[in-house]
Design a protein around this ligand. Sequence first.
Ligand code: HEM
Length: 356
Amino acid sequence: MFGLYVALIVLAVCLYFKWSCSYWTRRGNVAGPKPLPIFGNLFEQLTGQKHFGEIFEEMYRAFPEASWVGYYKISNQPGIVVRDLELVREVLTSSFSSFNQNDFHIDETIDPLVAYNPFVQAGDRWKERRNQMTSVFTMNRIRATFPLVQQVAQDFVQFIARTRKMDCHFEAKDAMYDNLSENGTVEANENHIVGHSVTFLSEGFETSSTMMSYLLYELASNPAIQDKVVQELRTVMNESDAQLTEAGLHKLVYMEAAMMETLRMHTPTFTLPRICTKDFELPPQFPTDTKRVTLRSGTSVVIPVYAIHYDPEIYPSPYVFDPERFLEENRQSRPRHAFLGFGEGPRLCLGKLFSH
Ligand code: HEM
């Protein structure tokens, strides 16, 4: 008898997973990669064979005509991958009220400090937490940090000079960490000061240091571009007694383009993972389709940043490091949502201005 019960349970589980794998077929023969029971389309990520960015890039490339693709998360939860940049704009910006939550959950009772990060919040909580942080990033406050930034830059130059005498290899991240641990002591009892500081570190430290590490790597690999960056820096500094001033920073146009190109190629966020928070009528999946599918509230929506940044239709020769793409005149030729290094819309990175 016991054996029969076990067999029935196994059969029920199998039938459930077979049924859950057919969600997109039942919703109107939606095109997408074939899922595996239980693992959906993310098996290769679970086993470490591919990173998140590559998995969604594969789906993005496999359906070049589609405006969006149906896929399955672990345990066969349905989701879509957005391909069309106009739909990307709708999800991130114009229809924000239908996609105002990130697909990222934390339990506030277990981790109250991380809960201060607007990234993990939605609705009124998100507004409140974002407003509290926005007040830190007024132009005047950013300006006030400039002497500290200058000091850190000088320490960094000395660090490189010291390290080069001992070893010609060094980690840009180690240098950043040295500076931070010397200067970054936080004395606060209240959760919300500590919580916001945790956000600064989690959102600002890893992203900025990764970007700087890759920028140095790309400049070392492309000496002609490095020369241009150095030449621009020399010209600007010569105008102000070999000092880098705030006004001078704004003149480093080519340097900024090199930073943006670094973020294009080495984006710290492979995807922007949103959740549909209100039913939303999707555009036809293919140009020849007449049927429309309504995306149900609770469905996951992936904006495949990595795939978009490496799409040769948007960025010709995408594996070539070419800052010229981000000079103002060349930027104009691309849709705004073709670059998502800082995200877009009401959830745009809060530190974007500061990082510039
Ligand atoms: C090069 C440096 C940085 C990069 C590339 C970066 C990138 C990003 C990206 C891609 C997002 C997601 C945006 C979206 O969902 O549409 C984000 C969100 C965020 N970033 Fe940054 N970031 C950087 C620096 C910083 C700094 C210095 C801070 C300072 C605190 C910061 C604070 C935040 C916060 C609070 C959010 C969540 C915003 C929200 O959900 O409302 N970031 N960042």
